[in-house]
Design a protein around this ligand. Sequence first.
Ligand code: MG
Length: 392
Amino acid sequence: MTGALAHDAHLAPCAALEATSRGRRHPEAPAGYRGEFQRDRDRIVHCNAFRRLVYKTQVFVNHEGDLFRTRLTHSLEVAQIARTVARTLALSEPLTEAICLAHDLGHTPFGHAGQDALNECMRDYGGFEHNLQSLRVVDELEERYAAFQGLNLTFETREGILKHCSLANARRLGDVGRRFIERRQPGLEAQLANLADAIAYNNHDVDDGLRAGLISVEELNEVTIFRRHHDAVRALFPSIGPRRLVHETIRRMINDVVTDLIEETRRRLEAAMPASIDEVRAQDGPLVAFSATSAEEHYELKRFLRRRVYEHERVTGMREGAVRTLRELFHAFLADLALMPAEHRDNALRLEAELGAAGRARAVADYVAGMTDRYAFLEHERVFRPAPGTSC
Ligand code: MG
């Protein structure tokens, strides 16, 4: 068995198969011993945007503590959870991993606060959305190949990266945007990556929230899924120490939702019987899903985290400084392109010539969005530091 057939062996017929892949925008010769989705994953791991994730905030700013999740460790946890499910359901594991590792490549520094700030700055120029930016990174911004811009990933990986987008953007994006206009689903690997993202952050933010002292175990006991597993662990191990109690509880919470996800998805696949990825795409709703009970518990935890962690004053306090930093950088660069490094200034001039003011602003947003947290602080200091002799 050679080529695509070898890589598709043992996969479900409704999985993303290499034999029926919609391929790459710029056709390339096969990679030899690697499959095309493996090749996508490898391209993502080698790109600059991937390495920058280590210095980008997930919820807690990187320098607040070495043990908090960053965008990089978050992406690895998402991939790890999703790969387990993919393998169990005979879906494409390399494609699932590629989508998970790439899903946050377009995130700004400073987490969602940074995204909101940049979106506000770009309001008159088409807005800014991190999910769309992840696609822009792999399609346009990475410069690694002699023959084309971006990473030239397969359609299926790009389809998975673009989780949501407005109709206006969908029309502009061509093939990969069409499903939003036609109200079709993405492939199962993309659906899976989306839910693995939610499983990962729901659980690791409990751990990080406790570590940061923003929430307590007593407060978490208001949340059904936490309380159930916490009680079970305490009953089984009455003398367990607090750290192990928390970790054992979270471990069981992840196992609980992952098992539910596998079982509910199996049920839906057996009912719908999709014979190909195109039949998956034609379904009315997603086939990868939680059961109703598990979904409710998942949202209960999500609501708790929003109230007690994401909107905690220590987190929102960090947000204000971050928003100011990004906003000031954006407007300074937009007003004076020469403040940016030469390659970004040249990109801004090129996009301005092509698209006018919106193009100029887009290139500035690309530069700002690509920054890590600490690089944004350094750039802010460079741009706004008073020149020697001018301070009083
Ligand atoms: Mg994520």
